[in-house]
Structure formats: structure tokens, C-alpha cells
Write a protein that binds this ligand. Structure first.
Ligand code: 4NP
Length: 158
């Protein structure tokens, strides 16, 4: 089983969107028995909360259901449990490096490493902005999800 964890700050906007989009891609590829997917936040404000209604709505328009997801905080054990810990921005990546067990730091990386053609390193936090921000998040997350699945298929022979 390949294990993938998406990480943002609150776990109510960007990382749930990534979890939903990547899960949809994995299901369509018939790889749901081979790839385990979860998301978490570096912060603890939204533990147990559903995703932001604006993110739920924007994802629903694209056929992605985020309603069942609930927020949780990332922890050091996640570095043992997941092969890929994919940070939405550099602040999240720093947060991950701060809790990484020795020797496992390299499991954390920026998610947009998998979308080189997007020419942007970070998924911008949409929380305090307008609806366009949520669309932008989904566009970036879709591009990186395709790149990530290709990489996993190559690396793990799936
Ligand atoms: P996310 O967005 O990291 O994409 O889930 C945020 C959600 C909540 C907060 C910050 C970012 N907040 O400060 O509560």
C-alpha cells in the first residue's frame, strides 16, 4: 500500500480539496486498493470540523464530494505511516519539518513539485479571499494530482 497525506494549515480548504481530487483520480484508475489517502492540518483550530462550505461547494461543481471529511492535526507518527507528506505551501512544509522524526524529513515535500508546468510553488491559502481563490486551489490541485499519480505508478509499478 502506498500512503499519501495532504497537509495544509487548517485542514478545511486546501488539503481536503487535494484529498478529494486525488481520491477521485485514484478511484477512476481502479487503484483504491493500492493507494491510501488522507489529509491533515499543521494547526489544531479545525480538528473534527467539516471542510469550509466554500470549498465543499466549489469541489461539488467539479463532481467531488468533500462532505464526509473531518479535520485532524498532523503528528510525528504520520511520518512513519505515510510515504508522501505533501505540503500546500512553504509554511506547512516548515511545520512538517519541525515535527519530522530524524531520517524521515525527506518524506515531506511541496505538493506543487508534481505540477512543474503550473510555474508556481505554493497553493495559495484561499481562506480570507473570494470565490476565485477556491477555483485556483482546485485547478492547481488537479494538475498536481495527475503528476503525483503518474509518479507513484512509475515508482511503485502500479
Ligand atoms: P487551509 O485554509 O489551510 O487551506 O485549510 C485555512 C483554514 C483556516 C485557517 C487558515 C487557513 N485559519 O486560520 O483558521
Amino acid at each position: 500500500m502506498v500512503r499519501v497525506l495532504f497537509v495544509c494549515l487548517g485542514n478545511i480548504c486546501r488539503s481536503p480539496a487535494a484529498e478529494g481530487v486525488f481520491t477521485d483520480l485514484v478511484l477512476k484508475a481502479g487503484l483504491e486498493e493500492r493507494i491510501h489517502i488522507d489529509s491533515a492540518g499543521t494547526g489544531d483550530w479545525h480538528v473534527g470540523h467539516a471542510p469550509d462550505p466554500r470549498m465543499i461547494e466549489a469541489a461539488a461543481v467539479r463532481g467531488i464530494d468533500l462532505n464526509p471529511l473531518r479535520g485532524r492535526q498532523v503528528n510525528a507518527q504520520d511520518f512513519h505511516d505515510f510515504h508522501y507528506l505533501l505540503a500546500m505551501d512553504k509554511r506547512n512544509l516548515s511545520g512538517l519539518h519541525a515535527i519530522a522524526p530524524q531520517g524521515l524529513e525527506s518524506r515531506a515535500q511541496l505538493f506543487l513539485n508534481f505540477a512543474p508546468k503550473a510555474h508556481i510553488e505554493e497553493v495559495p491559502d484561499p481562506y480570507y479571499g473570494g470565490p476565485d481563490g477556491f477555483e485556483h486551489v482546485l485547478d492547481l490541485v488537479e494538475a498536481a494530482s495527475i503528476g503525483l499519480l503518474n509518479q507513484i505508478r512509475t515508482e511503485h509499478g502500479l
